[in-house]
Write a protein that binds this ligand. Sequence first.
Ligand code: MG
Length: 316
Amino acid sequence: VRTLGPGREFDLLQEIFDRLGPVANGLGDDCALIDVGGRTLALSIDASVEDVHFRTDWLSFEEIGWRATAAALSDLAAVGATPIGALVSLGVMGSGKRETGSVDPVLEIMGGVGACVASVGAKVLGGDLLRSEKYLVDVAVIGTVDRAVRRGGAQAGDGLWVTGALGAAGTALEALKKKKPLSTSLRARFAHPEPRISAGRWLAVHGATAMIDISDGLAGDAAHLAAASNLALDLSLERIPCWPGVEPLAAVGSGEEYELLVALPGEFHERDAAEFHANVRLSLTRVGSCLAGTGVRFLDRGRPVEVPAGWDHFAR
Ligand SMILES: [Mg+2]
């Protein structure tokens, strides 16, 4: 039985897999992985929809294009793949429905898509343009991978590590909701997240047993990794690398971070994390351990604490 994680979204996915039956092929990871001519292709698709994933009064169209693309590329990072390119379906309102001044949303969005794709050395490979009541940016990405890291390979005894610092995206979201201005660094982080491609590749080459990108929040994505790997995770709140000014409880609930949560063998130590940092220019912090059992437990200096569940698109 495939185990995805808790929540209505995962119940629904399970029902889809059941309905598809044998025509479904290896669903439920960050990417589809397909062997072609002795190589492995990694593919993923990620839709961003106006008023669900973004608001046009919060982000420029260029930023909307970048962010949607970064979200899709982040799934390639999560399996350790090298991007080849992206295909984009773009839904925009017909002319006259919205006054946009001199800015052409289509060109601005695709400018953001192109810049994000270029930042990881990939190309825009194709797409589709359609009329839609809301802006829609649906990005399919393709890459190659030598040693794909799935969600389900973690072993009891592995350490659990996270790249970068968490909490900026949630902090930015709160500020935008309250119509408060964002600092330059917070805006850069929220509007132009960097897919962790080189980090994912380095970790895949250096023995990662399981990996997932943090799109639903560390707490939620840890639950997905635990369920897929069929083991328990203990995470230490005081070890969580937090964006300046963000409390650990907020950092572990913050979604759309696009950092990587990765299980590495117990022999992977701080000196290896220092080598990662020297190569990738990103921190790698041990936040917990993989254990026999099920579920995710958060500890605050050894004492168990309640942490709100992760993001579920169908919970509301
Ligand atoms: Mg993912």
